[in-house]
Design a protein around this ligand. Structure first.
Ligand code: PMP
Length: 428
């Protein structure tokens, strides 16, 4: 008699009361197949599933766990905050400290508003951009994900300069008819878009290091073109740094590239594992937000004191000397080690990293845009994913996602991963 694993039991049970058994789609392993692992606890670079198996975790809650799971100082801050009350719906000093810290660290920010998810941050930034410019049209790039607000769930239309089609049922055509979807890293297309619609475009929203079509770096000329065209045409440039903020560098991609957006969306790391996100920009722009200005936005749990305690402690920890050097070195060590292991086994594979983010590609060179990413060998990725899972290494369960290291991913942990990959590549 075969015994059914605890993960299998839980997955079966979960599907009875939760659609697909999960509370966020990618967790269901639909792309890679098989049974999702139900996590029972996590510590440092590891987590354990319901069957007691340990994994080296390379998703880090999809970004937040930059100091490692259950960091003692973060846990202590959360416990202390919790004893003082869980939520007040009235302002706290902690929120001021958090805003001051974020504004000090992120080059373009003078003011921020705290929210509870990246989706809220980008949705609100978009509303502010439209409110501030009095324009409706927005530009986004194929493969960039900015949360699930209606006007952002859109893919390219039939022609280059036709407006987009919804990527989700339930999004009215009317909501996306103002969204123009262009190719990432394509300067000519964005020039054409502004030449055609320059005085109607409220904003351009972009992941300056894309992490939702695997990892794709923006080229410097591409980001420069966005900056120049927005300025020239009175549109606002929004950097969605929900993923790459405090991840590719302390000051985010805007520090790395030396390009200042008008608005920035943040999330993930700034909550340290609890729900905190933010959007911000200049004081002049942010003064258009309610209650000072006419752009409405609010949240029952915005600036939640327990979440802010986790976030603030995380923001302190990442400012320790050498933090980003070590984080970047770990991700680079992983990328180089995996690439070398694949080469030994003659597998067409490469890997890349920026700061603490990395990409694994079953292609000869890293992709530059969505179409190139989609051309990678996904079947092979899926085999690799499952074989690594068996080896106790948890990579993102889809070929379309970036990976993350934490500061607790020591050389030993990375080398253990590379050794496992060497065994796996030999069998692929
Ligand atoms: N923007 C980016 C770049 C993201 O990666 C994500 C989430 N992965 C979001 C926005 C949405 O954030 P959340 O899931 O917290 O709503």
């Amino acid at each position: 008699m075969t015994t059914i694993s605890k993960n299998d039991q839980l997955f079966e049970r979960a599907q009875k009361t939760t659609p697909g058994g999960v509370n966020s789609p990618v967790r269901a392993f639909r792309s890679v197949g098989g049974t999702p692992r139900f996590i029972t606890r996590a510590e440092g670079p590891y987590f354990w599933d319901a069957d007691g198996k340990r994994y080296i975790d390379y998703i880090g809650s999809w970004g937040p766990a930059i100091v490692g799971h259950a960091h003692p100082e973060v846990v202590k801050a959360v416990q202390e905050a919790a004893t003082r009350g869980l939520s007040f719906g009235a302002p706290t000093e902690g929120e001021i400290e958090m805003a001051e810290e974020i504004v000090r660290l992120v080059p373009s920010l003078e003011q921020v508003r705290l929210v509870s998810s990246g989706t809220e941050a980008t949705m609100s930034a978009l509303r502010l951009a439209r409110g501030a410019t009095g324009r409706d049209k927005i530009v986004k790039f194929e493969g960039c994900y900015h949360g699930h607000a209606d006007s952002l769930l859109v893919k390219a239309g039939s022609g280059l300069l036709t407006f987009g089609n919804p990527t989700s049922a339930g999004v009215p055509e009317d909501f996306v008819k103002h969204t123009l979807v262009l190719d990432y890293n394509n300067v000519q297309q964005i020039e054409e878009a502004f030449a055609n619609f320059g005085d109607e475009i409220a904003c351009v929203i972009v992941e300056p290091v894309a992490g939702n079509m695997n990892l794709i770096k923006a080229s410097v000329p591409f980001l420069q073109a966005l900056r120049e065209l927005c300025t020239k045409h009175g549109a606002l440039l929004i950097f969605d740094e929900v993923m790459c903020g405090f991840r590719v560098a302390l000051g985010g991609a805007q520090e790395l590239y030396g390009i200042k957006p008008d608005l920035t969306a943040l999330g993930k790391v700034i909550g340290g594992g609890l729900p905190v996100a933010a959007f911000g920009g200049s004081t002049a722009l942010m003064s258009k937000m309610s209650p000072v200005g006419a752009v409405y936005q609010a949240g029952t749990l915005s600036g939640n004191p327990v979440a802010v305690a986790a976030g603030m402690t995380t923001l302190k920890l990442i400012q320790q000397p050498g933090f980003y050097d070590q984080l970047s070195a770990s991700a680079a060590r992983l990328a180089a080690g995996l690439t070398a292991a694949a080469k030994e086994a003659h597998v067409a594979f490469c890997a890349d990293s920026v700061g603490g983010m990395f990409g694994l590609y079953f292609s000869v060179t890293p992709p530059n845009n969505y179409a190139e990413m989609m051309a990678g060998d996904r079947e092979r990725f899926n085999k690799f994913f499952h074989a690594m899972l068996d080896e106790g290494v948890y990579f993102a369960p889809a070929a379309f996602e970036a990976g993350f290291v934490s500061i607790q991913h020591s050389d030993e942990v990375i080398d253990e991963t590379i050794a496992a990959a060497r065994r796996v590549f030999a069998k692929l």
